[in-house]
Design a protein around this ligand. Structure first.
Ligand SMILES: Cc1cc2nc3c(=O)[nH]c(=O)nc-3n(C[C@H](O)[C@H](O)[C@H](O)COP(=O)(O)OP(=O)(O)OC[C@H]3O[C@@H](n4cnc5c(N)ncnc54)[C@H](O)[C@@H]3O)c2cc1C
Length: 407
């Protein structure tokens, strides 16, 4: 566009001037200035090495933003993804069930760190909590809201029974742990507690992360790729690839965990989770910023169905309406409650938990490239997002600069 606005004294525009001179096979004294201009332009758009991030879910977007901070302009960051943040529940445009970030509730609900996998996840969640508290002050529109969280358990296991205010707050970074009793709790519930936590309006939050990434010079490409190695051809000099594709590329440890939920017009400023004796669960998660309230839901490993199951839908509806009086100051009359949309999403789950590590992959002509994996978040991608992004950025830093240090 700039080229067209450059006038020369022989002709109107430099590019048309040069075309004419070329035809006459005579030297144009403007050619050199055109070359300088083109060189200047290309140095601003393609001269830098590129870091490619595969995936525009909450994990890819969080990693891309953290890496952008790390390299501060020395590299281009390119996100390549099949699907992009766009969904508004109830609108006719629907992301696929596999784009989990659009379908998540989503809240932070800590689980005691009683296994190595849960311990690793708890550390990532604590990092997310640390990141969110200043973020919502600096960017109140980002799509995250601080709320009261409530857990109800009909048959709590030992790890929950052992939990104290101190252990909960140390492990999660979330304040306000309080054991509930009396008329705050339904009769069948044996353990109930509340704490301060966060709810995400998932599609809005992802849109805002993407907007921020673009504002800071990030680049994007809508494309499906077949393998991590394919990402290395997307720019002239690709330094490394981050694989935040949700399910990875043919990893046999990955499988989907189906989740069916309802987005309703219920209004509440609390989030609640109830774990029942029969293994079923009910949860209510407000999506602030006019996003309705999620009524959940199921967690069905290896169920590939993408259809709404009517029996499940009715059970979710009934179980959650029962909880309304405990979390809504002004419960909506049953006949005025309605579903805005029915949701089926597939959580990208991985046996043993997320894969966050560096791998060297073979490219053509005997060359190799570095891939930093960040996939398989399962049912906890939002809560773990900033912790994972921080760890991934540490691995990127090691690859680029060859040493490890705290970010
Ligand atoms: C019903 C439900 C409720 C949930 N509730 C919560 C909650 O309360 N709290 C919480 O923390 N989490 C929750 N989750 C889980 C959360 O949604 C996921 O853990 C998270 O979204 C995973 O993010 P991701 O970025 O790894 O993957 P995704 O969001 O699936 O994104 C993957 C990205 O990679 C791209 N991609 C994949 N393959 C390719 C390819 N071959 N080529 C190009 N691009 C590709 C996709 O297009 C997409 O952009 C819930 C999920 C569901 C379904």
């Amino acid at each position: 566009m700039r080229l067209m606005t450059f006038r020369c004294h022989h002709h109107h525009f430099i590019n048309s001037c040069c075309e004419k001179r070329k035809k006459k096979n005579r030297h144009c004294h403007h050619l050199s200035s055109v070359n300088i201009l083109l060189k200047a332009m290309s140095s601003s758009v393609g001269d830098k090495p590129t870091i490619v991030v595969i995936g525009a879910g909450v994990i890819g977007l969080s990693c891309a933003l953290k890496i952008q901070q790390l390299v501060s302009g020395s590299h281009d960051i390119l996100i390549v993804a099949k699907e992009w943040p766009s969904s508004i529940a109830g609108s006719p445009l629907k992301p696929s069930p596999d784009y989990a970030s659009m379908w998540a509730g989503a809240h932070i609900r800590p689980i005691p760190a009683s296994t190595p996998q849960l311990t690793r996840e708890a550390a990532w969640i604590k990092e997310t909590v640390k990141e969110l508290s200043p973020l919502i002050v600096a960017e109140p529109f980002i799509g995250v809201t601080e709320v009261e969280g409530i857990d109800y358990m009909e048959e709590p296991d030992e790890v929950y029974k052992r939990q104290t205010k101190e252990s909960f707050e140390n492990e999660t970074g979330l304040p306000g742990y309080t054991v509930l009793s009396g008329d705050q709790v339904p009769p069948e519930v044996k353990l109930a507690f509340s704490y301060q936590t966060y709810c995400f309006n998932s599609p809005l939050y992802c849109q805002n992360l993407l907007r921020k990434f673009l504002f800071h010079g990030g680049k994007t490409l809508a494309r499906e790729i077949k393998r991590e190695a394919e990402a290395f051809i997307l720019a002239d000099r690709v330094s490394l690839v981050v694989n935040a594709s949700g399910v990875g590329f043919g990893d046999p440890k990955c499988f989907p965990t189906r989740g069916q939920t309802i987005i309703s017009n219920m209004t509440t400023d609390k989030t609640i989770t109830r774990l029942n004796k029969d293994g079923s669960a009910a949860y209510i998660i407000p999506r602030f910023f006019n996003g309705g309230t999620i009524l959940g839901g199921t967690r069905e490993p290896n169920n590939w169905s993408t259809e709404v199951c009517p029996t499940t839908r009715d059970a979710i509806w009934e179980r959650n309406i029962e909880m309304q009086p405990y979390i809504c100051d002004k419960p909506i009359a049953r006949e005025d409650l309605r579903a805005i949309a029915h949701v089926v999403g597939r959580r990208p789950t991985r046996e043993g938990g997320m894969r966050v590590e560096t791998e060297t992959v073979t490219l053509r002509d005997g060359k190799s490239g570095t891939v930093v994996h960040a996939y398989g978040a399962g049912s906890r991608g939002y809560e773990m997002s900033w912790g994972v992004a921080k760890e991934v950025t540490g691995l990127v830093k090691n690859t680029l600069y060859g040493f490890s240090s705290k970010l």
